[in-house]
Every structure is written in C-alpha cells, then in structure tokens.
Design a protein around this ligand. Sequence first.
Ligand code: T4K
Length: 405
Amino acid sequence: MHKNVCPSQDRVAKLKSILTAQDLAINGAAPAFAEPLHVGCPNIGSREAFLKYVNDIFDRRWLSNDGPMVRKLEQRIADHLGVKHCVAMCNGTVALEIAIRALGLEGEVIVPSYTFIATAHALHWQAITPVFADIDPSTHMLSPEAVRRMITPRTSGIIGVHLWGRGAPVEALQDIADAHGLKLMFDAAHALGCSHRGKMIGNFGACEVLSFHATKFFNTFEGGAVVTNDDDLAATMRLMRNFGFAGIDNVIHSGTNGKMMEIAAAMGLVNLDDIDSVIETNRRNYLAYREALSGMRGIRLLQFDETERNNYQYVVIEIGEDCVATRDQIVQALRAENILARKYFWPGCHNMKPYSELYPHAGLFLPNTKKIADSVIVLPTGTAITGESVNTIVDVIRAMAEPPA
Ligand code: T4K
C-alpha cells in the first residue's frame, strides 16, 4: 500500500458484495462506499518534508516571484523531461495563455473540441478563435485529416492535446504545421512523465504546457509550466509571467501575473520525490481494472502502450452500443455507490458556452467527438484507490452491463 494514502482510503471498506442488479444502490441497497471515491483525489507526498520546506520559506521570507523553490522545481522538471527550459506558472490555464501569446498566435487556432475547456478558453480569452477539429475515435486525439480540412487563411497555429497522457499524432501535426507555415504547440496537461515514440513529452512542437492542478497525479496545489527547447521563447515567457519586468522598475514587455508561489513549488518538490511510487500505484490500479474488465461485453478500456512511459493517471472506459446499459445509466449507478465517476470531456467544448452560441453548427464537423464524448467514463484511481476498491467498482459496472439472463 502506498504510504501517503488519501484520507478516505481507510474508510472505503467494502460494505457489500455486488452479484446482481438487486445489490445496487440505485435499486435501494446501501452504497458500496461510505465515503466518496473521487476521480482526482490528490496524491500528497511527505508531510514532514513539506512542513520543513514551509519553515524554510517563512525563515527566508521569500514567498513568490522566481524564488529558490520555484527555480529548484523548474530545474528538476526540466531534468526529468530532458528539456532545456521549464517556466513554472500559477496554473496550467495561465501557462497556456502565456504560451499562446508568446508564440504570437492570432486569428484562428485549430484545437480538438474533445478536451478540457481550458484549451479553448485560453484562446478565446485572448480574442483568438478556437476552430474545433474532429478526433480519431480510436485515440481520442486530433485527426490530422480533420485538422487539414479546418485550415483557412486566418489559421495561425495548432494546439494538439496529449489526452489522457498518451502521445498525440505529433509527427503528422508537425508535417501539417510545416507545410502551411503554422505554429504548433501542445497541451500536455495530462502528460507529465509520459513518452511518445520513446521521447519524453515536453520536447515536441514549439512548446508544451503542463498542469499541476490538485487533481493531477502530480500537483503543486494549483500550478503549471511551459516547457520548451527554445531559448528565446523561454525568455519571453519568463518576462510575460511577471508583468514584463526585467529588473526593478524596468518593464520591457507586455505581461500578466503568472507566477508560481514558493509554497506551491515546495509541494511540487515533495511530490516529485514520490512520483515513481504514485505512477506505480496508478499502474497497479490500471492493471487491476484491465483484468477485472476483460471480456466484458460493450466495455472497452483505453489501453496504454507499455513500451512507452505512462503516468496511468486516467482510467478511461468506453461504453459501446452493444452494451445493454447506457453510459449515463452506468454513471448514475456508480455515483449512487459513492463512486464519483466522471464523463470527461462531455459534451465537448463546442457544446459549451460561449462556443455553442458562437459556432452553433460546429458539431456538423465533429461526429467522432460526439461519439466519444457520449460514451466515455473516467474511473477513480490514484493512491486513494486499492485493488479491492477496483474490484467493487467493476462489480457495479458488471451488474449494469451484464445482468443475468
Ligand atoms: N488542459 C487540459 C487538457 C486539462 O485537463 C486541464 C485541466 C487544463 C488544460 C488546465 O489546467 P489547470 O489550469 O487546471 O492547471 C478538473 C481540474 O480542475 C482540471 O485541472 C483538470 N484539467 C480537469 C481534467 O479536471 P473538474 O471541474 O473536474 O475539477 P474539480 O475541482 O471538480 O475536481 C474533480 C474531483 O476531484 C472532485 O470531484 C473532487 C476531487 N478533488 C478536487 C480537488 C480540487 C479533491 O478530492 N481534492 C481537491 O483538492 O476539473
């Protein structure tokens, strides 16, 4: 068992066996778990180490603005990914906004609709039009063919998303970008510690954006970073995250406040020490899900390529048309058991405001996005989840998907 368990773990004792639909809470039985099991329960490293860092911060009285903890975290993440620069920020969304602006994106930028809303908002917030391209239903990521179809004279760039921590079609997107003179960057919010074709994510496109939100397998409470091998881009982003200041009283660039706090960096340093053990726990849970779900009719587990490095932080299943229960019925059954499964990233950015009003016909180009957004369930994992919990979660799914004849 992982040493830094989520507080709920000890209280998730199995309260019942689930053999048939009659045992389910939606049919009047008691819930399987006394406390909620979250997708995104934070993994928290050594409290002692964290509190020591907090004392150091207080002693130093340096709380923010490029402090020593932030610099140390940046160096360790850059080393971990084998990338030249890591520019830490207050969260992944601001990191996206700064990267977009530093790259000079404008007009239209092609993004998937099947992603967290921040990918689109980071563009719209800066008066850039997100143009939604469809995904490949087998990978859940941008289809290069669809991207090609969405290019117009106003297109300035493409933002690929390494969804669920699996590598986007990097090479095909780079070819398209090169052929059309477009900038390419990646939203790598899910992909810290993952590789694509043997190379660490963080080294692709002009830059890549990480999220260290509380719900990510590695967190700094809130936080994020842009990683890049481009010296000039990194220097520009460092200016932009601190109002454009280059020394006291000397503003040489437009900017915003994107700074990471020292206490956030301290959390990051502590959690980095634990990163391998958290990944091992995630992998163990993923393998337990894979085994328990194998052969279940109408349920497909999204697989990770074991020849790559993965963080296994999302356990994603698709509910097929051949399943006797619908996706929403299964989610409802899980939630009644206190298993707070999520429908990420339903209903797709294009169906959320302001995009649903701005581009009411965008869905015509997004049939695969709809298909996947309507069929995915994300299940709890992380250090709060044990193998026994996984079996109970799968028992609920089985009782819905394979009711006895
Ligand atoms: N790009 C992509 C592809 C992303 O997925 C994200 C963020 C971003 C960009 C932007 O990065 P950030 O600006 O966030 O750094 C969550 C997260 O808020 C979001 O960070 C994440 N992606 C997204 C996939 O999931 P919600 O709305 O589901 O979060 P929330 O607050 O409802 O938390 C989810 C569950 O986690 C809750 O049921 C309870 C549990 N939880 C949450 C927090 C905050 C805890 O147990 N403890 C906690 O401290 O979006």
